[in-house]
Each structure stands twice: as structure tokens, then as C-alpha cells.
Write a protein that binds this ligand. Structure first.
Ligand code: PLP
Length: 384
């Protein structure tokens, strides 16, 4: 039976599929470094937690199921999943193609890879598939890595079309699904070889733990992925796996609540005279709203907005009470930031301008507070 994600996440321990003699409701924590080989007789043998651990394996099995993949590695951070992807597929001298509007930490890591492994990084606007196709024809590209929605630009990329182009040019295609989550969209079903995400964000949902996961949909890449995770020491420790798992049963409910409030706030901002542009995939005015509706089941809770002046953007961040000035997104508490100052500090002003972000742009992560309180909080500054 093909059960829905809500049902799978509500039965996490059973779905994890790891042997448990007591029928525990939640995944047991195997907080141990080693396992005695003489005391195991099952099909599956554990020896050392860096390579394999029953708690981590449970969560990995759940992610594999809900992402429609064939295998997963849970990593110590979301950026660790990006690193594991690079370590699994890249060789010295390779070319990689990424979206202009890429997570700041990934961008910074690419700078390191350029120097250390002589990797050539090509950037493209993936809303322009003609130029993506010509880059794929011109260079021998090993890996495409994109996010959709991008962050903070919130562009929607046609994942199925990119998967098609990747297949034609024999390129590995990976999607960073941290912002949309597997609740909203399924990159592997649309043809990606890899889906990765930071579990720090919506997946754990409470800002209490850092983690990530790299899921593959390709049987031929799985052994290499698992081998590399062990060799490069990327796996997550069992207590952090447990902390991530606590948020999972409520993920679908939280995503619905984030979306409902974000849509109301995006509409309110759009009608505010001191706000010059609002970007949210759920808005009719979003340039790729139609594509977003076909590809995503949920538009999540991140909004990007341009205010009438830099001074107003800075004042909004400084003076609203319910929105913390914090990086990251996807938590119960709302957040606000000026991307160039925090999350995208590794971008130059020109690089930010190329993706439509200026010093009067704010990024909001809408939390689980009552939406009327959030609007009143923003109004106090914007109407003041
Ligand atoms: C946060 C984030 C990451 C990195 O995750 P960490 O858990 O902070 O290491 C990677 N990609 C995207 C899109 C993110 O938002």
C-alpha cells in the first residue's frame, strides 16, 4: 500500500524498520560507539557507529521512503550533506554547474573546492533553460546542484526539465530541498539522482539541532555514497538523529501552518505602500506561480521583500519584536534578516545584485505564532 507522508511520519519507529523487541513508540537511541560482533546473529550486523548505527539507520530508512529514494545518509549538518555529495561524485578538475542564487554556505564551500581540487564552477540562471542547455553542451559537467525555491530570491526552477537536460548530457543532478522539504516536492520522482536537505530547518522544526541528509534515487550511486560517508566521516551522531526525529511526526501540520500564515503576510505586505516588491511562490504575482503549483504541494514560510529604503529595512529588522534577527528558517519562531548581512554574507554586493537582492531587501521566515500578532508587529514599524 502506498501510504501518505502524514501516516508514515506518525509511525516513525515502525517505518524505520530496525529490529526492536519491545515495540517502542519512538525510535530507540543506540548511544554507543561500538557493537559486539559475537552477540549479533541477525541479517544486519553493526560494528561501529561512524559507519552504521540502528538509530541513524531508522531515520535514514524513513527519509528514503518519503523521498522515493533507494538509500540515505544522515549527516552532522546540512552543509555536511552538500560536502558528502561533492565527495561522492566529484574528481579533481571536474566542472560543476550551480544556480546563481545558491545557499551562502554552499557558495562558500565551492570557493574552497575551486582552490583545493581545481573544480571549475559555472553559474547559471536556471529559469533560463536555454542557457543551461548551452552550458551543458559547451562543457563536460559532472554535477548540477540547484535549489528550488532558490533562497533568498525564491525563484522556482523546473526540476523535471532540468532532470531531462541532465540525463541528455550524462550529468549527475542534485537538488537541495531544504526550503520546500520532501513534504512539498519530490525531486527524485522528477528525475534527480540526489535530494539533500538541512534537517536544521523545517524537518526538525524547532531550532534545537543541526543536521542534514543526502538521499539518492540511483542504485548505482548508493554503495559509493555509503562508502564515502564512512571514509569522509560525515555521519550524524545518534543523539542528534534523535533530536531531528522528534520534529518529524508534526512536519505536515507545521508546513500547512507556515504556508497559511506566510500567504496572509505576503498578501498584506504586497498591499503595503512602503513595500516595493514581495516574492512568495504562493502569490499570484510570483513570476513562476503556475510552475510552483504543479511542482509543489506547499509553498513553505519564507518571504523575500524589498522595502522603500535601506533605512526602513534596517529599522524593520531592528524594531519588530516577534521576528528575531537570526539566520536560518523553518522554525516555530519567526525570523527576519537582511540577507547580505547574515545568511549571504559570503556574496559580494554585485553577486547579490545579480539575483535581485539589495540592501533594502529583507528575508522573513514565518513561524507558528498567531498570524494576527505577526502582522501587528510588522505594522507597528511599517506604519510608524
Ligand atoms: C541551511 C541550509 C543548508 C545548510 O544546512 P546546515 O544544517 O546549516 O549545515 C544547505 N542548504 C540550504 C538551502 C539551507 O537553507
Amino acid at each position: 500500500m502506498n501510504r501518505s507522508v502524514e501516516t508514515i511520519l506518525a509511525h516513525l519507529a515502525e517505518e524505520g524498520g530496525v529490529f526492536d523487541p519491545f515495540g517502542a513508540t519512538h525510535m530507540p537511541i543506540y548511544q554507543t560507539a561500538t557493537f559486539d560482533l559475537k552477540k549479533q546473529s541477525g541479517e544486519k550486523i553493526y560494528d561501529y557507529t561512524r559507519s552504521d548505527n540502528p538509530t541513524r539507520e531508522s531515520l535514514e530508512n524513513v527519509f528514503t521512503t518519503v523521498c522515493g529514494g533507494v538509500g540515505t545518509v544522515c549527516t552532522h549538518t546540512g552543509l555536511g550533506a552538500v560536502a558528502l555529495l561533492f565527495e561522492t561524485v566529484l574528481k579533481a578538475g571536474d566542472h560543476i554547474l550551480v544556480e546563481n542564487d545558491t545557499y551562502g554556505g554552499t557558495f562558500r564551500m565551492l570557493k574552497v573546492y575551486r582552490e583545493r581540487m581545481n573544480i571549475t564552477v559555472h553559474f547559471a540562471d536556471f529559469c533560463d533553460l536555454i542557457s543551461v542547455e548551452s552550458l551543458l553542451k559547451k562543457h563536460s559537467i559532472r554535477l548540477i546542484l540547484i535549489e528550488s525555491p532558490t533562497n533568498p530570491g525564491l525563484k522556482i526552477i523546473d526540476l523535471k526539465a532540468v532532470a531531462e537536460l541532465a540525463r541528455e548530457s550524462n550529468t549527475i543532478f542534485a537538488v537541495d530541498n531544504s526550503l520546500a522539504t520532501f513534504y512539498s516536492q519530490k525531486p527524485i520522482e522528477l528525475g534527480a539522482h540526489f535530494e539533500l536537505f538541512s534537517t536544521t530547518k523545517y524537518i526538525s522544526g524547532h531550532g534545537s539541532v543541526i543536521g542534514g541528509a543526502l538521499v539518492t534515487g540511483d542504485e548505482s550511486l548508493l554503495a559509493k555514497l555509503r562508502y564515502t560517508a564512512n571514509a569522509e566521516a560525515r555521519s550524524q551522531n545518534p543523539l542528534d538523529v534523535h533530536a531531528v526525529s522528534l520534529g518529524l511526526p508534526t512536519l505536515p501540520l507545521r508546513m500547512k501552518a507556515h504556508q497559511e500564515s506566510a500567504l496572509k503576510i505576503a498578501e498584506w505586505l504586497e498591499n503595503h505602500p512602503r513595500v516595493t516588491r514581495v516574492v512568495y511562490p504562493g502569490l499570484q504575482s510570483h513570476p513562476q506561480h503556475a510552475l510552483a503549483k504543479t511542482q509543489m504541494k506547499n509553498f513553505a514560510g519564507v518571504i523575500t521583500a524589498d522595502l522603500e529604503s535601506v533605512e526602513l529595512a534596517e529599522r524593520l529588522v531592528a524594531q519588530c519584536h516577534l521576528f528575531g534577527e537570526k539566520c536560518s528558517f523553518g522554525t516555530a519562531d519567526s525570523r527576519i534578516e537582511i540577507p547580505g548581512k547574515i545568511s549571504h554574507a559570503s556574496f559580494s554586493a554585485e553577486e547579490l545584485a545579480a539575483i535581485g537582492i539589495s540592501s533594502s531587501t529583507v528575508r522573513l521566515s514565518i513561524g507558528l505564532e498567531h498570524v494576527d500578532d505577526l502582522i501587528a508587529d510588522l505594522a507597528e514599524v511599517l506604519n510608524g
